[in-house]
Structure formats: C-alpha cells, structure tokens
Design a protein around this ligand. Structure first.
Ligand SMILES: C[S@@+](CC[C@H](N)C(=O)[O-])C[C@H]1O[C@@H](n2cnc3c(N)ncnc32)[C@H](O)[C@@H]1O
Length: 188
C-alpha cells in the first residue's frame, strides 16, 4: 500500500512538472551577439548557405550572417511585431536583398531548402522539429542555443563563457549544440 501511494505521488509530480513545460510559450529573449557570432562560426556559414532561424526575434542572427558572410536567410517568428522590427532592421543594415522575415509558426513551415538552421527555442519545440531537421540535405548544420534535442547526439557541444565577452552583454555561460545532418556524431 505504501509503495502504491509513493508511486501515485511520484507520477503526479512528474506529470505536474512535464505538462506545463510541453508547449509552453517561448518568449523573445535575444541571443547576446557573442553567442550569435559563435553560432554562425560553429555552423561554418558560407555565402551560399540558406539559413533558417526558427523564432527569429529581432532578426539579429540572420542580419549578422548576411553582413558577415553574405549568406541568405529566412526568419520565422509567431510575433508579427518582431517580424516588422526585424524587417526594418534588415533594411537599415542594407541586407534586405539577402534576408526575409515571415510571421508563422516555425513548426509548420517548409524548411527543406535550409542548409543551416539556428534555434534558440525550448526543448519541446526542438524535439518536435527533429524529424524535419534530420531530413535536411546531408551536410546541413543545425545549431541550438542552450536547449538541445532529445535522441539526436550532437557533433559538438561548446560553452560560451562570460569572461570571453569584453562587451559585458553576456552575463552567464551558454551552451551551444551543433549537429551535422547525415554525419556520425563526434562528441569532444
Ligand atoms: C528566445 S527568442 C530567440 C530570438 C532569436 N532567434 C535570437 O536567438 O536572438 C524566441 C523567439 O521565438 C518566437 N516564437 C515562439 N514560439 C514560436 C513558434 N512556434 N514559431 C515561431 N516563432 C516562435 C518568439 O516570439 C521569440 O521571438
């Protein structure tokens, strides 16, 4: 009887913790620029890449990729105001010919032409994206900030330390995950 009561209690706790997390709204929290730069370096972004940022916020990842590498980008965000802000910022930075931003649910968009995908989204979102990500062209890179993907072993995991950020924008350490589609994982 005592075991049964314990089991019911533990199950209730687990459900209580997991259900709110699943599908929880993902707020706009921008990646610090040092993290943006490192995500693009990890993905080895080149001019001929097409980058999708799912949950693109103010557009900083794609705008930086366009400015630094001349790469094209598609940003998807649920929030139309952020899409408008990112579109305006891209124009101010003279990269409108390279990047576009759309208001949509990132889970529903066709990303099949992506060669790089960037994510700063909760784990439940990343997990739901996994089947689409694994079907990208071999050699495509997926880089995630702080939240990894269950049952998909990354090729590389890296920490970004605040001590390395002279601007002071990065206040706490971040973890970046890199997957290379169709290649065996190599964890350092
Ligand atoms: C943590 S911010 C990341 C912003 C940007 N990628 C960066 O790293 O600076 C997450 C963004 O995802 C957007 N978002 C949340 N759920 C979404 C969904 N289902 N589809 C598309 N965008 C979503 C939010 O509006 C927010 O701007």
């Amino acid at each position: 009887m005592k075991h049964l009561v314990n089991r019911v209690f533990v199950t209730a706790m687990v459900l209580g913790l997991c259900i709110p997390a699943w599908g929880q709204d993902i707020p706009f929290v921008p990646s610090p620029m040092i993290v943006v730069d490192r995500m693009l370096e990890l993905a080895e972004v080149k001019t001929d890449d097409i980058i999708y940022d799912l949950g693109s916020g103010d557009g900083r990842i794609l705008i930086q990729a366009a400015k630094k590498y001349g790469a094209r980008g598609v940003g998807i965000d649920m929030n139309p105001k952020l899409v408008a802000d990112a579109t305006r910022k891209a124009a101010e930075e003279n990269v409108s010919h390279l990047v576009q931003f759309r208001a949509a649910d990132g889970l529903t968009v066709d990303i099949s032409d992506a060669t790089v995908v960037t994510l700063y989204m909760f784990k439940w979102f990343n997990n739901q994206m996994r089947p689409k990500l694994q079907q990208l062209q071999p050699g495509s890179r997926v880089v995630a900030h702080d939240f990894d993907i269950d049952e998909w072993v990354p090729n590389k995991v890296e920490n970004v330390d605040p001590k390395s950020d002279s601007s002071g924008e990065l206040t706490h350490a971040r973890t970046l995950y890199l997957w290379k589609v169709g290649t065996p994982a190599q964890i350092p």
